[in-house]
Design a protein around this ligand. Sequence first.
Ligand code: BTN
Length: 256
Amino acid sequence: MADGADLWPFLERVVLPPGWRIHYQAQVGSTQDLARRADEDGLPSRSVFVADYQTVGRGRRSRRWASPPGAGLLFTALLRHRGWAPQVLTMLGSVALSEAVEGLVGISPGIKWPNDLYIGPRKLAGILAEGRSEGDRHSVFLGIGVNVNTPDATLDALPSATSLSREAGWHIHRGELLVLILEAMDRWLAELESGDDGALWEAWNDRLWGRHQRVMLRDGDVETPCTVLEAERDGSLVVLTASGERRRVLAGELLI
Ligand code: BTN
């Protein structure tokens, strides 16, 4: 089903939680740009932009996000919020995504700090949160890319990546996965709108990837061997360095 039949023909009929609306295009530059333009044009919060293929998909740290046509789930949700800290919104995306994958295939991906989804040592999905604020009007463009039915040849060339179909052992319906993600986001948005981000942070910390595992922490040009301990409510990571120092890390990247 690499022809997009598991996406729009399904999504145009599906019932979503109130307020959510999906906009689909077969091919786009980046769904991030569609969400930003929609925000400028005044489209409502919970507008979601989905594509089968992106010509210039982007990741964090100015990297590219490439996914063969019809193989990935590629979307951006436009969300308006009350000036929540950026890490709260990326926590929302990564927890909702991990829960949705668990609901669909029974595998619970870990959240590799700060917000990649991993199954074992391999990357399943990435999240890119971009935003815009004008006075007290705050918008986030929460972009999610999941390797879903990625061809074997593509995965074999990327040993640090995996796909949902490879992990589950069967072909995955991308539309069903998207609906589960949006339902989970809807639940967490309701929780946040009630003024409480404690449960979201606990869910994020519970799903933290690599706890007690020895990894390398890269911050700029500096690489430090350490062990992952836990994630803090402010989005930072607590690690134990080789010299036995407990260190709180605000920025950086974990290397396996
Ligand atoms: C990362 O791991 O660096 C984040 C990758 C985010 C990719 C998604 S795919 C949908 C949305 N559109 C983009 O151009 N990027 C995000």
